[in-house]
Write a new protein. Sequence first.
Length: 160
Amino acid sequence: MTIKIGDRIPEATLTIMGEVGPRNVSTEALFQGRRLVLFGLPGAFTPTCSARHLPGYLDEADAIRAKGVDAILCLAVNDAFVMDAWGKQQNVGDKILMVADGNGDFTRAVGLELDMTARGFGWRSQRYGMVVEDGVVRALNIEKPGELEVSDARSILNLL
């Protein structure tokens, strides 16, 4: 079942790259007491994700934060090393937190998995954007497969 507005973010463990390597973080620790924008995408280094989705959030990061957002999170079903390398290649710095859902546990828990096995990519995340306040989903835009029209940074900025 797909998560919806008003639902709490489920408990899961995600991974971020720390100063000395990958570090696990619970969704509770990550989301509790904060207003966050989370955008999920099929994968690091993929064409639309690299050329439009992530760069759009970089371009709008200051405007998003100016709306009272504590952090912007980019999530993909990739490992922390890949997410870290992609973040460095895209020059995200401290504007966007690159979050790895390596096994897809969080993605399945929110019901936003995408079967790309026919293309050799395995199970990935659908493309989406959400606003989360203190662990509760306040806005959620899920893309139709192959599109980037409602989960882009401008669309999410307009929801804040």
